[in-house]
Design a protein around this ligand. Structure first.
Ligand SMILES: [Zn+2]
Length: 89
């Protein structure tokens, strides 16, 4: 291996490492943002009697339409507020 090749590989490794760290930091920041809002989201889950699905309002970064429907059977429906989802309104 020539000296020049070694230099290029070092440069690529440096760049790759920097990118990975930056992405990791961004994921961590995003996860903590979600944690702060998790409790709020849990209280905002409704049950739509028309399509028999649970749904909730979500922040725009979770879904651009600002609400999300959960597949039937995934969420317990007992104790959930009955409210038609935006789809059934
Ligand atoms: Zn519905």
């Amino acid at each position: 291996m020539s000296k020049d090749e070694e230099h290029i590989i070092d440069w690529i490794l440096d760049k790759t490492d920097f990118k990975t760290q930056k992405e990791r930091f961004r994921d961590k920041k995003r996860a903590s943002q979600f944690d702060n809002r998790k409790h709020k989201i849990d209280n905002m889950i409704y049950y739509c009697e028309k399509c028999k699905c649970c749904w909730s309002n979500v922040p725009k970064y979770v879904d651009v339409i600002k609400w999300r429907k959960y597949p039937g059977g995934v969420m317990p429906t007992i104790g959930k507020k009955r409210k038609s989802c935006p789809n059934c309104k």
